[in-house]
Design a protein around this ligand. Structure first.
Ligand code: ZN
Length: 294
């Protein structure tokens, strides 16, 4: 038992080491919202190790200035590894908070059967037709869609894209193994009823470009469904650096309700579902439904 636990700890430590060694060249990003270069500003105190978080001097948007390059990201920072790295960090730096939070989540899952927020929104808002899941992972979301939807996904990780392709073969549907912007650019204009970006925009180096492609690809009446962490949530204010939304270097954009609303509206989508409970201050995340009118 002890031996097994030890080998597990060693393995996760080795995984996190190899991820760090594979960083390659880091990029420099200007503000993804307004293109201002903020490199002369002091990094936010939530920055960690070499990862520099900046708050844009012009528009206030918070972002990671120096993420790894896509080429390395594709191999070394597929989200499942990134998630593992956060666990390693939390366990090492905040063992008590990590233990309490783990126990709480376990209890919460046991005590509360949470409604499926994505499926509820799809049923309410997305007209029948093609649904594109951006960052589809192993296609688990697409597989659970009702039959009136055609399925299609974009996934940067080669391993996940292969798994998704195999699983999706049973109900028909295609997987594109590309970064999100390049992947969505391959879709014809006004062909989709829904574009899903669940836990995705926070990872996207070019969120403005991605949203404008989503607006282009949607048919009039089609909707984008977005879920992102809310950096102005109460939990973030209480937890500070320990907040679960800070993930380095995976999360590169940090939205507030205001900045999300502005970026989506600028892309030409009308915000139709973003009520108080969609951006509930006690929740770490927020949900938005935005429609293409016309
Ligand atoms: Zn800006």
């Amino acid at each position: 038992m002890l031996k097994l636990a030890l080998s597990r700890i060693l393995r996760s430590a080795r995984n996190s080491m190899s991820a760090v060694e594979n960083l390659g060249d880091l990029l420099h990003r200007n503000c993804p919202n307004c293109e201002t270069d903020n490199s002369d500003r002091t990094a936010l105190r939530y920055s960690w190790q070499e990862w520099q978080l900046r708050e844009c001097g012009a528009c206030g948007f918070v972002y990671l200035e120096n993420p790894p390059d896509y080429a390395d990201f594709k191999v070394a920072f597929a989200w499942e590894k990134n998630h593992g790295d956060r666990k390693v960090r939390m366990r090492k730096e905040y063992p008590l908070a990590y233990g309490i939070s783990k126990a709480w989540r376990k209890f919460y899952r046991w005590a509360v059967r949470k409604p499926d927020k994505l499926t509820n929104r799809i049923k309410r808002w997305v007209p029948p037709g093609l649904v594109v899941d951006v960052g589809c992972g192993n296609a688990d979301r697409l597989l659970s869609l009702p039959a009136q939807y055609e399925t299609s996904g974009i996934e940067i990780s080669k391993a996940l894209a292969e798994e998704a392709g195999a699983l999706l073969a049973t109900r028909g549907g295609s997987i594109t193994n590309l970064p999100a912007v390049e992947g969505l650019a391959t879709y014809e204009t006004e062909t989709a009823s829904g574009v899903l970006m669940r836990s995705f925009l926070e990872h996207e180096h070019k969120p403005v470009e991605l949203l404008s492609h989503a607006a282009r690809v949607l048919k009039p009446g089609g909707v984008a469904i977005i879920k992102v962490p809310n950096i102005s949530s109460i939990n973030r204010r209480v937890m500070g650096s320990r907040w679960c939304g800070f993930r380095f270097p995976g999360h590169v954009n940090y939205f507030t309700p205001k900045s999300l609303r502005a970026m989506v509206a600028d892309a030409g989508l009308a915000i139709v579902g973003f009520g108080f409970f969609d951006r509930f201050p006690f929740s770490d995340n927020m949900w938005m439904v935005a429609r293409k009118d016309g």
